[in-house]
Design a binder for this molecule. Structure first.
Ligand SMILES: [Zn+2]
Length: 92
């Protein structure tokens, strides 16, 4: 995957990037933290991000509420917590 990330240095250690670029970097950050594996089944393909506590249940968008999940686990879990879905997290 390659893409251009346009960042503008604002001084004082601040960087301005586009929302689109932020989303990609944020996703890459969470994937890297989780070792590029699904946290539910350890699959390494078809990955997406899953909210542990769904936003409609008050879950936030911070990294502590996001885990890497493959698409099939993500859709199996749906808008539930892992406990409600009966799904356990594997160690990252
Ligand atoms: Zn999975």
């Amino acid at each position: 995957m390659s893409y251009n990330c346009h960042a503008e240095y604002l001084g004082d250690g601040r960087l301005r990037i586009k929302q689109k670029d932020f989303d990609r970097l944020y996703r890459a950050f969470v994937l890297a933290r989780d070792g590029g594996r699904c946290r539910y089944c350890d699959s390494g393909s078809d990955l997406s991000l899953d909210h542990l506590r769904p936003p409609r249940m008050g879950g936030g968008h911070g990294p502590e509420n996001l885990v890497t999940a493959c698409r099939s686990c993500n859709s199996r879990k749906g808008s539930r917590t892992p406990e409600q879905a009966g799904m356990a997290l594997v160690a990252a």
